[in-house]
Ligand binder design. Structure first.
Ligand SMILES: *Cc1c(COP(=O)(O)O)cnc(C)c1O
Length: 349
């Protein structure tokens, strides 16, 4: 371990360090599968499939993830979307009005929103002109109260993955936590940072079932980190934060990996097709390379093109107000049929 100065306990908020977590009925008596009469949680006893509280530790789902991701059970935390996981990180580690976090715009908007909600200062260090982290500026911007640096790789909305060397330099030289948001990792041929968890005690990886897994509606976010970090997050999470329907549906889907892989490869084919077509559209000035299920393009007039597409019934995202993203549009990759309509429409604008 090269991160000699990493002092985990000092990162945790004082009130969280001394907290006794709420102990729910399902925490107190853990079923071993034997037939018991459950009279402990004031539930309605008539079985309708969801009359019982869900497993607060989502054991069935985690058991599959342990196998697939090659991590230990105590290195996983699940949440109500990655948005809940990110919020838990703020609440565990960032003292309101005292601590600060670093984001690298243009990036996912939720880090800033969560910082504001939690009354934590957000320090912005823009990506460089190649959309890579500016490592020396990032490290210069940290101080003793900087708790978390948020890296989104592949990054939303730019679509690129950050260079491994730069991420390692940040991990090795920053004494706080480094979150790598891998919401789009399943679309990338780069390896997940989960493989390197044991190397970096300050590394936290978040993933989601909302994108490649096609389950945005059930809200399931995943967090991988050292067992010390996961233990802290477990202390403050709402006991039943992942509901029964979500746990069941997620389990079915992660067990059906082949279908996910097939859908991802279809999406990637369509992405490459769309990227090629976009390059020949006269008002498109630049098509940025993508490691994700969307493409960022620079156009002559983003507001105009956005409105024109909207009039034709196609909704995309105008990213023109983001730093370094003047006149850019973000296209999510749809089905083959949707892509065809999009391409025909673009050609006629
Ligand atoms: C879509 C997205 C998420 C997903 O959030 P959920 O709450 O899990 O749906 C997380 N991070 C980034 C960068 C995203 O674009």
């Amino acid at each position: 371990m090269n991160n000699l100065t990493f002092d985990f306990n000092n990162l945790v908020r004082e009130n969280v360090r001394s907290l006794t977590p709420y102990s729910s009925a399902r925490d107190e008596y853990v079923s071993d599968g034997s037939k018991m009469i459950f009279l402990d949680a004031n539930e309605n006893p008539f079985d309708n499939g969801v009359n019982r509280y869900p497993d607060p530790q989502q054991r069935s789902l985690k058991a599959v993830l342990v196998q697939q991701k090659e991590v230990l059970l105590n290195q996983i935390l699940l949440g109500n979307g990655s948005d809940e996981v990110l919020d838990l990180l703020f609440r565990a580690f960032c003292e309101p009005k005292v601590d600060n976090i670093i984001t690298l715009p243009p990036t996912y908007g939720m880090y800033k929103v969560l910082a504001n909600i939690n009354n934590v200062e957000e320090r912005q260090v823009f990506l460089d002109h190649t959309f890579e982290p500016d490592v020396s500026k990032i490290l210069e911007s940290t101080d003793g109260n900087t708790k978390i640096i948020f890296l989104c790789s592949p990054n939303n909305p730019t679509g690129n993955s950050f260079s491994e060397d730069r991420i390692v330099t940040i991990l090795e030289n920053f004494k706080g936590l480094v979150v790598i948001d891998e919401a789009y990792i399943d679309f990338s041929d780069k390896e997940s940072w989960i493989k390197r968890l044991d190397e970096f005690p300050n590394l936290i990886i978040t993933q989601t079932l909302s994108k490649a897994y096609g389950l945005a509606g059930i809200r399931l976010g995943l967090c991988y980190a050292s067992k010390e970090i996961i233990e802290i997050l477990n202390r403050i999470k709402p006991p039943y934060n992942v509901n029964e329907l979500t746990q069941k549906r997620a389990l079915t889907r992660v067990l059906n990996n082949d279908q996910v892989t097939k859908e991802v490869s279809d999406i990637l084919l369509e992405r490459n097709l769309l990227a090629a077509v976009l390059k020949d559209i006269p008002f498109v000035l630049k098509v940025y390379p993508s490691d994700a299920n969307f493409i960022l393009v620079k156009v002559d007039n983003a507001d105009l093109r956005y409105r024109e597409l909207l009039e034709k019934g196609i909704v995309i995202r105008n990213r023109g107000t983001q730093p370094l993203c003047e006149n850019t549009l973000r296209f999510t990759i749809g089905t083959k049929e949707e892509n065809k309509v999009l391409i025909e429409t673009l050609k006629k604008l």
